[in-house]
Design a protein around this ligand. Structure first.
Ligand code: NAD
Length: 292
């Protein structure tokens, strides 16, 4: 285990990673921790909570189909507030380092993100190689699935929302399905729902984890199902697991129990060091260019 990681310090811990990535595949799995340095709160901070009516709800209660069925306006108020935070945030050095890694590795790179904030795509990772397994806060779809269509949230909903601000009547009218007129819902995976391939790239993510040489896990508490399954596939196939987090978590324990690495530190400090090291590596083979 490497604790108190300093990018300028001894980087022997990165040797195995860069050597494997000379010709191997990399799957990166990100969680809310990578966006924390952009000012987007994780679910575990105080900002995650939300007051609806006279009660304070935890994210694990708000982000559910059951809560939406009970009080769609309260759930939308929470999502619009979070969307406003995401719109005002910018990608940080951690996001940008992942763009460098994709540029270096080409089609040997896949990014699986639990984040709904869209910052990876805004930083420059390619949408085709980025699987947003919990959806996107910028998109919506029919709550009763009268069609499978996904569409962007209307801009006019206002992007400067205050914490606790409720939904006005004209805003509620804009949050309707254009086909059936019922409520639209956020295009995100709720805690009481299941992954699928069509919306959330379940199969693609499992396939990527089962055929990777390195699984790089960044800033996640490991509380959701697909990420943990990806870790188990990586263990079974003997991939190197590298976890970057400011705290110990299920992935750091999984990494250490299986000969991997726990780089304890902030994504925004550790990832640029990894990208720089890989960029300097003589073992790195050129990613294949487009076929002619
Ligand atoms: P989480 O809030 O449960 O855990 C965050 C993790 O990040 C913790 O392990 C914490 O120690 C670590 N962390 C915090 N700052 C860090 C930093 N600078 N560098 C490295 N690690 C850091 O988040 P989760 O595991 O992603 O899962 C919760 C759910 O929350 C997911 O479903 C996700 O969709 C949703 N979520 C998304 C966003 C977003 O889109 N930015 C924000 C909050 C929650």
């Amino acid at each position: 285990m490497i604790t108190g990681y300093h990018p300028s310090g001894d980087s022997a811990d990165l040797d195995r990673l860069t050597s494997l990535l000379g010709s191997g595949n990399l799957v990166v799995l990100t969680g809310a921790g990578i966006s924390a340095e952009s000012g987007i709160p994780t679910f575990r901070g105080k900002e995650g909570y939300w007051v609806a009516g006279s009660r304070e709800y935890q994210p694990q209660e708000m982000a559910t189909h059951a809560m939406f069925a009970r009080d769609p306006a309260a759930v939308w108020a929470w999502y619009l507030y979070r969307r406003s935070l995401c719109r005002h945030a910018a990608p940080n050095p951690g996001h940008r380092a992942l763009v460098d890694l994709e540029r270096l590795l080409g089609d040997r790179f896949r990014l699986v993100t639990q984040n709904v904030d869209g910052l990876h795509i805004r930083a420059g990772n390619s949408p085709a190689r980025t699987y947003q397994i919990h959806g996107s806060i910028e998109h919506t779809r029919c709550a009763v699935a009268c069609s499978r269509e996904i569409w962007p949230l209307p801009e006019e909903l206002g992007l400067d929302r205050q914490r606790g601000q409720t939904i006005a009547a004209d805003e509620a009218a804009a949050l309707r399905c254009p086909r059936c007129g019922g409520w639209a819902r956020p295009h995100v995976l709720w805690f009481d729902e299941y992954y699928d391939e069509e919306y959330y790239r379940f199969d693609s993510s499992i396939r990527a984890a089962a055929s990777t040489d390195v699984l790089l896990v960044l800033g996640t508490s490991g509380a959701t199902n697909l990420p943990l399954q990806m870790g188990q596939y990586a263990v079974r196939t003997g991939a190197l697991i590298v976890d970057v987090n400011i705290e110990e978590n299920p992935f750091s324990r999984m990494a250490l129990a299986n000969g991997g690495e726990f780089l304890q530190g902030k994504c925004g400090e550790v990832l640029p060091a990894i990208a720089e090291r890989l960029g300097q590596s003589r073992e790195l083979q050129e990613p294949p260019g487009p076929s002619r």
